[in-house]
Write a protein that binds this ligand. Structure first.
Ligand code: 13P
Length: 256
């Protein structure tokens, strides 16, 4: 192993009602009977469930994350939620720059950068997402696109302790398609080297790089043991405790 503690985070996206908290309770019970040591486990439910989720996972090893934040701390921004509000509701991390937000809300790298700074300001970890579209992948532009997103989205103050970078190829999200393990290894190697140029080798070397996009129980072991992959950002398969546990349990017994 690399010495980096892996992180497996579940992004519930716009899914989940009060009744879904039973999945958190099942996950918690599962982890109490069969813990997966030295692995960080996080659930990112919609903002409406954060406070209730905090209660459901209280005193467990499960961490709580949010899915987005406004870059400002407060003000006249109807419908938006600041990083401070998310922290107040119990989140210790926030996903920023998810491709669905980049697409649905036309979020730019500059905005994602500002959101990551907002996460730091509120004392939270930023999970910064990057990823190429299918057209960019087909045109062989993946590495250039990712370099641009990293340079535009990752703040200078990013450190291994406050930042996680998630590589999520847009064409792999919710499609059942994934890059091959050698492709993931190449991309994650590039991400680490670009981060090294930006932040210095020691921070970049310790930073967790997650893979996301159609991670399932059936492919988790193939994708998560690729060099430079330090965990996963899981969408659909995180909604069911059983599937999510199966994914994260690939790390059971692997730590020294
Ligand atoms: P899926 O696991 O459903 O493909 O979603 C991945 C994702 O976007 C996680 O943020």
């Amino acid at each position: 192993m690399t010495g980096i503690r892996p992180l497996v985070a579940g992004n519930w996206k716009m899914n989940g009602l009060g009744s879904s908290l039973s999945e958190l309770e099942s996950l918690r019970a599962r982890l109490e009977t069969a813990p997966v040591p030295e692995t960080n486990i996080m659930v990112c439910p919609p903002a409406t469930l954060l406070s209730r989720a905090r209660e459901a996972i209280k005193d467990s090893t499960i961490m709580l994350g949010a899915q987005d934040c406004n870059p400002l701390a407060s003000g006249a921004h109807t419908g938006d939620i600041s990083a401070e509000m998310l922290a107040d509701a119990g989140a210790t991390s926030v996903i920023v720059g998810h491709s669905e937000r980049r697409h649905d809300h036309h979020e730019s790298d500059a905005l994602v950068h500002a959101k990551a700074l907002a996460a730091y300001r509120a004392g939270m970890m930023a999970i910064i997402c990057i990823g190429e579209t299918e057209a960019q992948y087909r045109e062989g532009k993946t590495l250039d696109v990712l370099r641009g997103q990293l340079e535009g989205s990752v703040p200078e103050g990013a450190r291994a302790a406050n930042t996680v970078v998630a590589y999520e190829p847009v064409w792999a999200i919710g499609t059942g398609l994934t890059p091959t393990p050698p492709e993931v290894a190449q991309v994650h190697g590039l991400i680490r080297s670009v981060l090294g140029q930006m932040l210095g080798d020691s921070e970049a070397g310790a930073m967790r790089l997650l893979y996301g996009g159609s991670v399932k129980p059936s492919n988790a072991a193939n994708l998560l043991f690729v060099p430079d992959v330090n965990g996963a950002l899981v969408g659909g398969a995180s909604l069911k405790a059983e599937d999510f546990y199966e994914i994260l349990s690939v790390y059971a017994g692997t730590q020294s």
